[in-house]
Ligand binder design. Structure first.
Ligand SMILES: [Fe+2]
Length: 315
């Protein structure tokens, strides 16, 4: 982001105006790369789901949810279903290319990540006893997934109207089986403000349902930083493009750069766990579009001025 003088301009910070309709949200997505949509249905699932997730993690049998996934249950290197618990200092099994490049091969934090896709629940048939014991948790997950998908389809419908020719809604139906929810339970067990380094998501659209602590930052299309406590709100959700949107539109829209900087991890005082629920929506990409993406990969380089912003840097 160079100013008129060629000098790097300081990033601007701001809140996203809240979109009250899906048409406005689609407009905001196309203009800024991210949107904050008024919605109190999805965040309403958060308190009970996180309470039940913590209860599940305390269940002595919870490890049975760490299933080995058949390849067909993977998309973009991530499984559709299953629990993964990692400890601070543990070596990453499948580091992303940017992590390899930057030498980030070990986990800096302890966390429990749970991926859920209702369509993959058949793989938990042998774990039925545990699943039944936590029935409310799995029921709420199924309902939240359904609501996230519905919202995604409706939004894609408006995106199709505003940017015709890419068949966003149709592509979502074609890769519906890849949609997944991610529940995160982070333990603040050491200095680690950057829970997630700057990155773009691999999917089509990401819905940040809710977190119970601030720290998420997003760079919009003009590389302005949008970060505050938006992700903790009970009356709206954040939605932003992932890399597949860039592939489908051949660069018309870009995946939104983002990261998580939770400054509470710096202090030994209030180290309470951090929780987040995110929904990853997918869309089909043709082989030609994938080939285009490979050729244009360097255009997706992360601008050097987009660093790992945190709340302490906000005006
Ligand atoms: Fe992300």
């Amino acid at each position: 982001m160079l100013g008129k003088s060629g000098v790097m301009a300081a990033p601007r910070y701001g809140l996203l105006p809240r979109a009250t309709t899906l048409a406005d949200a689609a407009e905001q997505l196309l203009e800024q790369g991210c949107t904050r949509l008024m919605n109190d249905r999805l965040p309403a699932y958060f308190p009970n789901l996180i309470r039940d997730y913590v209860t599940l993690l305390e269940d002595p049998e919870h490890h049975v949810l760490r299933i080995d996934h058949p390849r067909e249950l993977h998309a973009d290197g991530e499984p559709d279903l299953g629990l993964r618990e990692v400890l601070r200092g543990e070596r990453k099994k499948n580091p992303r290319s940017d992590e390899i490049k930057e030498g980030r091969l070990y986990y800096d934090e302890s966390k429990a990540v749970f991926h859920y896709n209702q369509r993959a629940m058949g793989y938990y048939a042998p774990q039925q006893e545990l699943v039944s014991r936590h029935g409310e948790f799995f029921r709420d997950l199924a309902m939240l997934q359904g609501e996230c998908m519905l919202l995604g389809y409706e939004l894609a419908h408006h995106l199709d109207e505003k940017l015709p020719g890419f068949r966003f809604e149709k592509r979502m139906t074609e890769s519906e089986h890849l949609m997944r929810l991610r529940l995160l339970h982070y333990l603040c067990d050491g200095n680690k403000p950057n829970i997630a380094q700057r990155h773009r998501d691999q999917n089509f659209l990401t819905i940040q349902v809710r977190s119970d602590a601030p720290g998420l930052w997003l760079a919009d299309k003009r590389q302005s930083i949008i970060a505050d406590t938006e992700e903790t709100r009970h009356d709206s959700v954040l939605i932003f493009w992932g890399r597949k949107a860039w592939e489908i539109t051949q660069g018309r829209v870009e995946g939104a750069l983002h990261g998580v900087n939770d400054t509470r991890f710096n202090g030994p005082g209030a180290r309470t766990p951090r929780h987040t629920i995110v929904a990853f929506l997918h869309a089909s990409v043709s082989p030609e579009e994938s080939a285009w993406a490979l050729e244009h990969m360097e255009e997706l380089a992360i601008p050097s001025e987009i660093s790992n912003y945190g709340l302490q840097t906000l005006a």
